[in-house]
Design a protein around this ligand. Structure first.
Ligand SMILES: *[C@@H]1O[C@H](CO)[C@@H](O)[C@H](O)[C@H]1NC(C)=O
Ligand SMILES: *[C@@H]1O[C@H](CO)[C@@H](O)[C@H](O)[C@H]1NC(C)=O
Ligand SMILES: *[C@@H]1O[C@H](CO)[C@@H](O)[C@H](O)[C@H]1NC(C)=O
Ligand SMILES: *[C@@H]1O[C@H](CO)[C@@H](O)[C@H](O)[C@H]1NC(C)=O
Ligand SMILES: *[C@@H]1O[C@H](CO)[C@@H](O)[C@H](O)[C@H]1NC(C)=O
Ligand SMILES: *[C@@H]1O[C@H](CO)[C@@H](O)[C@H](O)[C@H]1NC(C)=O
Ligand SMILES: *[C@@H]1O[C@H](CO)[C@@H](O)[C@H](O)[C@H]1NC(C)=O
Ligand SMILES: *[C@@H]1O[C@H](CO)[C@@H](O)[C@H](O)[C@H]1NC(C)=O
Length: 681
């Protein structure tokens, strides 16, 4: 009897342990109860039951383990909440993930996975560090089910946004109803494959925003992706699938997600300084983002007021409505076409290409082939190439041109038009009122010249005031500053051969005994410096940007910018950085012999410095300088070289530190002027 009792107790304990310890995999019949969680291996994501906003309903979801407030990226039972805390999540023998309401034992959500021979091969479920919940046969790589195929309102890096043309799987985003209710809202974003693929967001079943066709670099009309962007964008279009996917170049450098809020606003967010900051956004109430706002053959120019006009060669279909700022009826041709003899093509540059849902395309045709294909078919209204990158591919439009707008950069669009309506220069500016246009042009030019002047004067004034203030450098705190911004980190991070590590605040805090006074090495230009020891035994020096330091931000940035790119044995080595909340820190290798000034100005310690040592140090400093001025990829003048900025390692090798005031010369430059005096007073 007692043995049985013990056995039972053991069983209970075992099952508690099995579910409570941090694990990322789940085997058949193992359960996650409401309150327990599954945590991905590197503790990036966590899966469990949660209640959104002020709701009391329970949902099974995935969120970031270390981000507060809780940011949910995926929800299983979006439409079927559990009303109490009896929820259970488990993996059935047939490979189906199940969410069960424990109180009445009903399955409220199932992944519908099904194995052919469930008994012979054990399925396992795993929460991956990408945020993907997957089911696979034990020991196999391929997934039989993955949450990435069933997105909610969030697209994470590595998720495919689009269609599998073979299986018909369509990965769309769908907003939540409200922040309290994850059930599907009105806003759906999807890859539309009628005509050439493009991304569209619908409100109900009416298009709300459109992100244009892919041009080889970005979606047409959206900002061009720079080669040094922290994101890598990919568009795949072949017989089997068509999708857009983004990844982060330097995988663990920052956290980002695409998110659509319950109002349908589209965001690319990054987690910076403990906040979700928009890296890019599109909202229907932004000028020219609302789909087809100017009606058929209308042209939207966000810097015009009103934004809508007709494309060149077109005139308002309903002038009364148009003059009352009702654009929906759009524009019609000024002169009817006389195909095929009497018409030609007008070039428009830097316009968002029209809706491609009724387009025809060929990925390999050249622009010449494209032009003749359009010329030879009288129902073809416009053409353009597909790839802005190399000018290949052909897109033809039939019918009205919808949702055209001026954009920063796009491939040219050629629109069929009566010869009399064609100008020889490409149109960049829509001309709805040709007569008054010149005058307005002059006014615009005058206005922009005068506003430019004002801006220049303001900038000069600011620069002057600032340089006055900085005249003698300024190692005194005056204004409270904010921490380094995302760009400076990304900039320094995405230079190919830097290998900066990111350290978490917790890690640094632990290594320095919570920044205890006895670990303090001294006070630098921008704040205290601490000594620390990492878990792997490495000794580090932590330079903390003090919250009240002014110099701080710029110098911190400068230091990060330069030192990360420099490598020489006579320069101090930056190991990484930490930027959490309002704490910013740089982490260096630790120099046991501290700085040179502590040696030469100290009666006792200076004895340690015999002449051969002194020569060795001088030699090293000079070698470091030679590297900075001459041999490094960047030419750098340190501008604050002094004994306290020379650090000594265990073997008394000198290392130049503190690049907060350093300045870079361009490649071929041998001289430059500076308008401010810097250094130490
Ligand atoms: C079981 O309970 C859940 C919530 O706890 C509820 O949504 C569901 O309707 C119930 N099902 C049945 C059959 O009672
Ligand atoms: C699973 O299949 C059922 C029945 O076909 C369907 O109602 C349910 O929505 C499916 N669930 C998921 C998560 O696809
Ligand atoms: C898998 O098994 C579960 C529990 O036995 C069942 O509810 C579910 O319907 C099964 N799913 C499929 C797709 O057969
Ligand atoms: C979406 O459509 C509904 C119903 O037509 C409308 O009331 C609402 O204003 C639309 N929302 C947006 C953001 O356009
Ligand atoms: C043009 O560039 C795209 C990608 O930007 C590529 O897929 C295509 O093969 C290129 N075509 C030619 C003819 O080089
Ligand atoms: C595209 O155009 C090329 C060249 O004109 C042609 O060889 C090819 O068959 C076309 N492809 C399709 C899918 O029409
Ligand atoms: C013109 O193009 C349309 C759409 O592709 C096609 O249906 C029609 O047959 C073409 N006409 C001619 C004359 O080639
Ligand atoms: C948009 O309008 C502004 C202001 O009238 C004008 O300067 C600009 O050229 C227009 N842009 C394009 C691409 O037409």
């Amino acid at each position: 009897m007692e043995a049985l009792h013990k056995l039972l107790l053991f069983g209970v304990l075992f099952s508690i342990l099995a579910t409570c310890t941090s694990q990322d995999t789940m085997t058949v019949d193992q359960v996650i109860r409401d309150g327990d969680t599954l945590v991905s291996a590197r503790e990036v994501y966590e899966l469990g039951f949660f209640s959104p906003g002020s709701s009391k309903n329970r949902y099974l979801g995935i969120w970031y383990k270390n981000i507060l407030p809780q940011t949910v990226v995926w929800v299983a039972n979006r439409e079927t909440p559990i009303t109490d805390s009896s929820g259970v999540f488990t993996l059935a023998t047939n490979g189906s993930l199940l969410v069960i309401a424990g109180s009445n034992n009903t399955v409220v959500w199932s992944s519908n996975t099904s194995l052919v021979s469930p008994t012979t091969i054990n399925p396992v479920a795993q929460l991956l560090d990408m945020g993907n919940l997957v089911v696979r046969r034990n020991g196999e790589e391929s997934f039989i089910w993955q949450s990435f195929d069933y997105p909610g309102d969030t697209f994470l890096p590595g998720m495919k946004f689009g269609k599998d043309l073979v299986s018909g799987l369509d990965r769309r985003y769908r907003s939540w109803k409200s922040l309290d209710d994850p059930s599907p809202g009105e806003f759906v974003g999807f890859m539309d494959t009628n005509g050439f693929p493009q991304l569209i967001e619908d409100n109900g079943s009416i298009p709300l925003m459109r992100y244009g066709p892919w041009n080889g670099n970005s979606f047409n009309g959206l900002s061009y992706h720079q080669p040094n962007s922290p994101f890598k964008h990919e568009f795949v279009f072949n017989d089997k699938e068509v999708y857009y996917m983004y990844t982060i170049v330097n995988t663990n450098s920052f956290i980002s997600r695409i998110y659509v809020n319950p109002q349908g606003d589209f965001y690319r967010l990054t987690w910076i300084e403990q906040q979700w900051k928009p890296y890019w956004q599109a909202k229907p109430d932004m000028q020219c983002f609302a789909y087809g706002i100017c009606g058929p053959n209308g042209m939207c120019n966000a810097s015009n007021s009103p934004a809508c006009s007709c494309m060149q060669g077109f005139e308002p279909r309903n002038p009364d409505e148009w003059s009352a700022s009702v654009w929906s009826s759009g524009c019609r041709r000024r002169t009817p076409l006389d195909c095929p003899t009497k018409d030609g093509f007008q070039e428009f540059i830097n316009v968002r290409l029209p809706d491609t849902r009724r387009s025809w395309y060929n990925m390999t045709m050249t622009l010449d082939e494209c032009a003749s294909a359009c010329k030879n078919n009288c129902s073809c209204i416009a053409y353009s190439n597909i790839y802005i990158t190399n000018g290949s591919g052909c897109l033809l439009w039939f019918g009205d041109l919808v949702d055209v707008a001026t954009v920063i950069q796009s491939q040219p669009l050629y629109v069929r038009m009566a010869q009399s309506d064609i100008t020889n220069v490409p149109v960049t500016e829509p001309t709805s009122k040709p007569s008054s246009n010149k005058k307005r042009g002059i006014i615009v030019v005058l206005l922009s010249i005068s506003s430019c002047l004002v801006i220049v004067i303001v900038i000069l004034a600011i620069v002057y005031a600032w340089s006055k203030k900085r005249r003698y450098i300024v190692k005194t705190p005056d204004e409270l500053t904010k921490t380094i911004d995302e760009d400076s980190i990304m900039e320094s991070q995405h230079d190919d051969d830097t290998e900066l590590s990111y350290f978490s605040l917790a890690e640094i805090s632990k290594s320095t005994n919570d920044f205890s006074e006895d670990k303090k090495l001294g006070q630098g230009g921008f704040g205290p410096v601490y000594m620390g020891m990492l878990d792997d035994g490495r000794e580090i020096a932590v330079k903390k940007l003090s919250k009240t330091s002014t110099q701080g931000v710029n110098e911190f940035r400068n230091e990060l910018k330069f030192i990360a790119k420099l490598q020489h044995r006579n320069l101090v080595k930056l190991l990484g950085y930490c930027n959490e909340g309002d704490e910013s820190m740089l982490i260096y290798e630790y120099m046991p012999n501290r700085s040179l000034d502590l040696l030469i100005f100290d009666k006792i310690r200076s004895v340690k410095l015999d002449w051969s040592n002194r020569f060795h140090i001088i030699h090293g400093i000079v070698r470091g300088l030679l590297y900075l001025h001459h041999d490094s990829r960047l030419k750098i003048v340190h501008r604050d070289l002094k004994a306290s900025n020379i650090l000594l390692d265990a073997d008394m090798n000198p290392k130049i530190s503190d690049f907060g005031l350093a300045r870079m010369f361009r490649d071929q430059e041998n001289a430059a002027n500076t308008s401010k005096v810097v250094g130490t007073l």
